[in-house]
Design a protein around this ligand. Structure first.
Ligand SMILES: Nc1nc2c(ncn2[C@@H]2O[C@H](COP(=O)(O)OP(=O)(O)OP(=O)(O)O)[C@@H](O)[C@H]2O)c(=O)[nH]1
Ligand SMILES: [K+]
Ligand SMILES: [Mg+2]
Length: 408
């Protein structure tokens, strides 16, 4: 039996199984099996094995945004509108057949925007060019899920489209607008499974026996588990699979020119949603602003002692877990800068007061001004190491001894 058939079988069994306390463990095992099969499906050594028709284009700029959506929702029209790059637009489906990159210039940053072929239900299992499209989505810092607003309320199909696409992306390990579950697994050689949970109110979404059954499915018999969050079975499996990608997603409803004001109003109130019309050039500024906010890019203006800040060319820092720090800023300018830093002075939102003196760990905010003060007296650690190495180099020692002998 092929992987796809096995997946179908398990999905069928799951749909037939009633959800209650008694079946929780069994469902947990089925979900783990499903997750493992899907991971197998993603493994690169598939029949063709080659990725010559992959859509991968090289990364460019300070971040990458992918346009994901059903055919003919207006992805290419949007790319052309935001970047000026031509991508063929037509009324028929599957006009775009490959990945077309463009660049958004916004707030002195360059953001790579990727137009992609439309995807349909079954994309994660290889329908259409679904797998290649999803691979590009996985490599992005933000996904713009483009939806056709005219197909919304009446048939409720925009809702359906959004759910279908979300399911397709989830099937390959993408998690939209979620944070990684705060559950930690420490494998051990013996001692069985030890469950520590620091969640007030305890774990309400799965029992300890379900946890053990799922662990057994992953052949984990000895480990220390720490739950800092009341997670679901699915989230727990995500932790064990370990290959999930957590990415931000904005839902972009295009073609609102064909809707009433009331309909637009209701769509734009949905979470993480933006209404636009490429034809009427509506909502573009708003979309760019939301894109910028979601990417978490930080602009830092540099300043030299006794001079005015340089507001022309900021250093743009990409989102780092735990924020963009003075260290990230220094590294972006030069890889040795942080070593010689005495302190940095900061003006802006992140500073407690104007010109606050801070160290490398200080987290910077967008549009901060930073002045680096170098410690000229301090000897560089790397330089010291180098000196030590040179001094103790056997060849040099031998050389020194030889010279000393010659003198005497
Ligand atoms: N009414 C209206 N039509 C639009 C708008 N934006 C795009 N369209 C039309 O929608 C159709 C599809 O546009 P495309 O940009 O080719 O859509 P796509 O998502 O790139 O399609 P594929 O590449 O085939 O997946 C074209 O006929 C566009 O003119 C809009 O804001 N309003
Ligand atoms: K089209
Ligand atoms: Mg297109």
């Amino acid at each position: 039996m092929g992987i796809l058939e096995k997946i179908k079988d398990i999905e069928l069994e799951m749909s037939r199984t009633q959800k209650n306390k008694a079946t929780e463990g069994h469902l947990g095992i089925l979900k783990s099996k499903l997750a493992k099969l899907r991971t197998q499906l993603l493994a690169p050594s598939k029949t063709s094995g080659s990725n010559e028709d992959s859509f991968e284009v090289s990364k460019y700029g300070h971040g990458r945004v992918a346009l994901i959506g059903f055919p003919s929702v207006g992805k290419s029209t949007l790319l052309t509108e935001l970047t000026g790059t031509d991508s063929e637009v037509a009324a028929y489906e599957f006009t775009t057949l490959t990945c077309i990159p463009g660049v958004i210039h916004y707030n002195d940053a360059k953001i790579q925007l990727l137009d992609l072929p439309g995807i349909i239900e079954g994309a994660s299992e290889g329908k259409g060019r679904g797998r290649q499209v999803i691979a590009v989505a996985k490599s992005s810092d933000l996904i713009l899920m483009v939806l056709d607003a005219t197909k919304s309320e009446a048939a409720n199909s925009t809702y359906a489209h959004k759910e279908i696409l979300t399911r397709e992306l989830e099937a390959v390990g993408l998690r939209l607008n979620q944070t990684p579950p705060r559950v930690y697994v420490k494998p051990k050689h013996s001692g069985g499974v030890q469950v520590n949970n620091v969640v007030s109110g305890g774990l309400t979404k799965m029992s300890e026996s379900t946890i053990l059954k799922i662990l057994a499915e992953y052949k984990i018999h000895h480990c220390e588990l720490l739950f800092r969050e009341d997670v679901t079975v699915d989230q727990f499996i995500d932790v064990l699979e370990g290959n999930r990608k957590y990415v931000r997603c904005l839902y972009v409803y295009n073609k609102v020119d064909a809707l009433t004001i009331e309909e637009v109003d209701s769509l734009s109130r949905r979470p993480d949603s933006v209404c636009i019309s490429c034809h009427m050039k509506l909502g573009m500024d708003h979309l760019l602003r939301r894109t910028w906010n979601d990417m978490g890019l930080v602009r830092v203006y540099t300043k030299k002692t006794g001079q005015k800040p340089d507001f022309d060319e900021p250093v743009v820092l990409a989102d780092h877990r735990g924020g963009c720090t003075v260290k990230h800023f220094c590294d972006q300018i030069h890889n040795t800068l942080s070593r010689g830093l005495k302190y940095a002075q900061v003006w802006g939102v992140s500073a407690k007061h104007m010109g606050q003196r801070v160290g490398l760990k200080h987290a910077l905010s967008d549009e901060d001004v930073v002045q680096v003060v170098k410690d000229d007296g301090a000897v560089d650690k790397e330089e010291l190491k180098g000196r030590f190495r040179r001094k103790n180099d056997p060849a040099r020692i031998a050389d020194r001894v030889k010279k000393a002998k010659l003198k005497t």
